[in-house]
Design a protein around this ligand. Structure first.
Ligand code: C2E
Ligand code: MG
Ligand code: MG
Length: 964
């Protein structure tokens, strides 16, 4: 029993108990058995005990007792252990004594039982201690594996590390890892370490699964379950044959690497030593390692894939980037090209001189193409030579002109299109004779020329050439140079047209200058003429005095000034020379002119600056006193004028006593127009004349009223025509010697409704001014013709006064003859028309024609009031005037006390009449003396109050043919 204390293992306790049992007397066999419960009861199979003992053990278990013995007591069974699962079976050669058994074996068994329990506890403690230590190191190893698989180490290094750890956990000297694709069509070795195998597979080399078909590894992968054992054992497990690959191992353990039930590879360890075998624990461990390796592999792989992807993406991006860079470069090139083209276009329109233009163009072209050798050549104006204003060859500039030949340039000029060619092309042209090779310089390897055009004409070319082998121009260069050519041609054309334009401008400028000079001369000539004309227009040529227009103008301006200066006044003196007509007629035109000049001179003498003296018409003058007032009395000026003008003067050797009549109007701001002031002065003048001349009259409102009478008169004349208030008075014309009636002069009278019978002086001027006179005449003619037909005996004539306007009317004679006929007038030959000199002055041609036609119709014309007009004598020559009436002013002067030259004038007229065979009639004979004197002077016929006053037709009808 002391030995029992020394035992530390269950087996040792078991052994000690068996040997103790065998030491018991009569015991032939003893064994400790652990019966197993089966479906059919209890079994102690495998235990080397006698059959009798076997039955006793089964009975013991079945009966659930602590002791059992066979019937013969030779076989004994004792139950042991706390759970009763251990049974001591003993066989005796003869039945043992119970007492002995109970005293010896049972206490021992009991003791052994207790000791066994302690041993068992100890063993368990040891085991769990080992287990803990192992677990700890395993855990550490697994952590390390996990770390390794997550490390940045590369795959072989990592696998080596895992192998090292694995080696520390189990026998793993020979270890390999394979990887297969999920479809298990290929596999490759990731790791292979083997102490025996000398033909290790190539790591990473892909191989077909079929290549290892039937091998352990193949089975492992295809089954997807761990495989463990010796070759035979495994064959037994698989139930088939094995294909041997590599040296045969004593023990083999392989586990699959699974992910989601799919095999991705396998881990295998093998032992070539008989003693070393693998356990399930190893299998589990390997499975764990395998899962980690797979994770690491997958991670590495995904990292690798990611890296691969990144690499691919990077290189793809790089490719893309390269493409983009190329595109950018292409664009930049295009932009540069565009810029250059713009630059060229700008150059073509810039104001550079020709030489700098070519240089700049060359500089731009150089940037675009190989233009080391570049030239521009132009055809000369006679198109016989080629001028090269810009020629650069190998960087050297030349300037030359050469006659046209048969070079490439000429070829381009001839064809009129661009030509691009290599050496071979040039040679071909030379062979065909199109081009003759020149001997100057190196031969071009490539040549490109483009013609320069102006409208449809080729004017030159631009060319580039290369002497380098292999460097040739292409279609792009051709396009580019064509553009350049366009710009150069444009610039040349611009220059040429600018030059032409400048030339034309210069010519034009010259022409303009010339013309300007001519025009200036012309203008100054015209200005002179204009000035003269203006002077003429504004001045009277005879006296050089300002005329009516000038006066009017001046007056107009003055009145405007007066409007703004209340209180200031001016005065207009309207002057008429009395009886100028007589002076003119009697002394002749020249004397008349002379007389007027003296009048002008005297008037000028009467005034001072800025007063104006003007000649308004024949014998009418005016003085404008610009400023009159308290210090300057207009009447004083007027008196002085009268006094100066009344002084006698010497004209044409004759002493003349001139006199003037004057109308004065004082103007102030109330006058609107010059004409109003002139009108008022005229009215005053009229009044002065009425009052008997040689005087002045200052206009006042009374005069204005009488002027207003003119308007009344005009209206009355119109009514008189409507009411037929005009009638003829007849005054006889007689032979002076015996008073024999020769004819009558019809004189106009107006039987005014309340003013009584009016003579022509009362209304004739107004009738004439208002244009009524002609109508009045016709009315009177008609009545005179009608009356004359009734009152006269045959042989008499009727004289009618014809106002000047009738004679200017081409229709007058026809109308007059018609009227004669209708009025029952005895015949045209009995009619005489009296005309005044005034009528003959204007439109002389027309008047002459009318008088001619009247003459042809048998109507005589008489010149009335002879001697008062201008230059009567010439009319007697040129016009068909058969009669002449001496104005009464000459007649009345005859026989007066004051000696006068009238008798001389009368005598002269009579002499003239005789010479021209014209009948002379004296007018206004009032006295017998006058009749006698006239008769004595040889005047045959006369008219006057002495011979009979004008009277209505009735007064004469009885006395016809009777002497007065
Ligand atoms: P006149 O043709 O020279 O006519 C003669 C004027 O002298 C007439 O004035 C007549 O009455 C006037 N007379 C005749 N004998 C004497 C005399 O001894 N002493 C004076 N002091 N006068 C005498 P009357 O009729 O007043 O005519 C004036 C002028 O009117 C005419 O001058 C004539 O020029 C014009 N006249 C007369 N009748 C007409 C007419 O029917 N038509 C036109 N257009 N003019 C006419
Ligand atoms: Mg008359
Ligand atoms: Mg008369």
């Amino acid at each position: 029993m002391r030995r029992l204390v020394g035992t530390t293992t269950v087996e040792a306790v078991d052994d000690l108990l068996v040997s103790y049992a065998l030491e018991q007397a009569g015991c032939v066999s003893a064994a400790l058995v652990r019966p197993q419960r089966t479906d059919s009861g209890w079994s102690v199979a495998g235990c080397a005990i006698p059959a009798g003992a076997h039955q006793v053990v089964v009975d013991l278990m079945q009966h659930g007792q602590n002791r059992e013995s066979s019937a013969d007591a030779r076989h004994q069974a004792f139950r042991m252990g706390a759970d009763g699962s251990l049974v001591m079976a003993m066989s005796f050669s003869s039945p043992p004594a119970d007492v002995e058994l109970e005293q010896s074996i049972l206490p021992c068994l009991e003791l052994a039982e207790q000791h066994l329990q302690q041993v068992r506890m100890l063993v368990d403690l040891h085991a769990s201690h080992r287990q803990l230590a192992r677990s700890e190191s395993l855990q550490r190893a697994l952590f390390t594996i996990s770390d390794l698989s997550g490390s940045e180490l590369d795959m072989p290094e990592m696998l080596r590390g895992i192998h090292d750890i694995l080696r520390s956990l189990m026998y793993a000297e020979n270890f390999y890892i394979v990887r297969c694709d999920p479809r298990q069509s290929t596999l490759h070795f990731l790791y292979y370490a083997d102490t025996v195998d000398e033909t290790s597979p190539v790591i990473g080399q892909e191989m077909a699964m079929d290549a290892i078909q039937g091998s352990l590894t193949w089975h492992l992968i295809t089954r997807g379950k761990p495989l463990m054992g010796s070759a035979e054992e495994i064959i037994a497990q698989l139930g088939g044959s094995l294909k041997a690959l590599g040296p045969e191992s004593a023990d083999w353990l392989g586990v699959p690497m699974l992910r989601d039930g799919v095999v991705h590879g396998a881990l295998v360890v093998q032992s070539y030593r008989q003693g070393i075998r693998f356990s399930d624990e190893d299998s589990t461990l390997l499975m764990f390692v395998g899962s980690h390796i797979l994770t690491a592999l997958e991670r590495k792989q995904s990292k690798h894939e990611l890296e691969q992807h990144v690499r691919e993406r990077t290189s793809e991006l790089a490719r893309l980037n390269l493409g983009l860079r190329q595109e950018v470069q292409e664009r930049q090139r295009a932009v540069r090209l565009q810029e250059s083209l713009f630059q060229l276009a700008r150059l073509a329109t810039s104001d550079l001189d020709e030489d700098s233009f070519y240089q700049r163009v060359h500089a731009v072209v150089r940037k675009l193409l190989n233009a080391e050798n570049f030239f521009i050549s132009l055809l000369s104006s006679d198109r016989r030579s080629l001028e090269l204003p810009y020629f650069v060859d190998k960087g050297v500039r030349h300037r030359m002109t050469r006659p046209l030949g048969r070079g490439l340039s000429e070829y381009v000029l001839r064809r009129g299109e661009a030509w691009l060619g290599t050496r071979d092309d040039i040679n071909a042209l030379q062979r065909s004779g199109e081009v003759v090779p020149h001997r100057i310089g190196a031969p071009s390897m490539s040549w490109l020329g483009v013609p320069l055009r102006f409208e449809d004409e080729v004017i030159g070319l631009v060319a580039v050439q290369s002497y380098e082998q292999g460097a040739s121009y292409g279609a792009a260069d051709k396009n580019l140079l064509s553009f350049v050519a366009l710009q150069i041609a444009h610039s040349i054309n611009r220059r040429r047209s600018a030059a032409a334009l400048q030339e034309a401008n210069i010519r034009l400028e010259h022409r303009v200058e010339e013309r300007t000079r001519e025009l200036r001369a012309e203008i100054s000539r015209r200005e002179r003429i204009q000035q003269q004309l203006r002077h003429q227009v504004m001045h009277d040529p005879l006296t050089a005095l300002p005329n009516r227009g000038y006066l009017r103008d001046r007056l107009e301006r003055l009145l405007a000034v007066l409007k703004s200066e209340p209180g200031r006044c001016c005065a207009l003196l309207y002057i008429d020379v009395d009886r100028f007509k007589m002076i003119n007629d009697s002394l002749g035109h020249l004397a008349g002119d002379e007389f007027l000049k003296v009048v002008a001179e005297r008037l000028r003498y009467c005034v001072r600056d800025p007063d104006v003296v003007a000649r308004l018409s024949g014998d009418e003058f005016a003085i404008l006193l610009e400023d009159i007032g308290p210090h300057r009395n207009v009447e004083e000026v007027a008196s002085r004028v009268l006094q100066v003008m009344n002084q006698s003067m010497q004209i044409a050797g004759r002493e003349i006593e001139p006199s003037v009549s004057m109308g004065i109007a004082v103007g102030d701001g109330h006058y609107g127009h010059a004409d109003e002031l002139v009108r008022d002065a005229d009215i005053a003048l009229y009044r002065a004349k009425e009052l008997g001349r040689r005087r002045y009259v200052v206009f006042d409102q009374t005069l204005a009223r009488s002027a207003q009478d003119v308007f009344t008169l005009e209206g009355e004349l119109r009514h008189a025509l409507q009411r037929d208030e005009f009638e003829p008075y007849f005054q006889p014309i007689r032979r002076l010697a015996d008073g024999r009636l020769m004819g009558y002069e019809a004189l106009l009278r107006w039987n005014h409704p309340y003013r009584g019978m009016l003579a022509p002086n009362d209304f004739l001027r107004v009738a004439q001014d208002t244009g009524h006179l002609e109508s009045i005449d016709w009315r009177l003619f008609k009545r005179a013709f009608q009356s004359f037909g009734k009152m006269t005996s045959s042989g008499l004539f009727l004289s009618i006064n014809v106002s000047p306007r009738h004679l200017r009317n081409a229709d007058f004679d026809r109308r007059l003859l018609g009227l004669l006929e209708r009025a029952g007038f005895p015949g045209a030959a009995h009619l005489v028309v009296e005309v005044t000199e005034g009528a003959l002055l204007e439109s002389a041609g027309k008047v002459q024609a009318t008088l001619g036609r009247l003459h042809d119709a048998g109507i005589d014309a008489a010149l009335d009031d002879f001697g008062t007009g201008y230059s009567s004598l010439s009319y007697l020559h040129t016009l068909p005037l058969r009669k002449l009436k001496i104005d009464q002013s000459f007649v009345q002067a005859l026989g007066e006390q004051v000696p006068d030259n009238s008798s001389m004038v009368v005598a002269a007229i009579l002499a003239l009449g005789r010479a021209l065979n014209v009948v002379v009639i004296a007018e206004g004979i009032e006295t017998e003396t006058q009749r006698r004197m006239l008769l004595e002077m040889g005047c045959e016929y006369g008219q006057g109050y002495l011979l009979g006053r004008p009277a209505p037709a009735e007064a004469w009808s009885v006395k016809a043919g009777q002497p007065a």
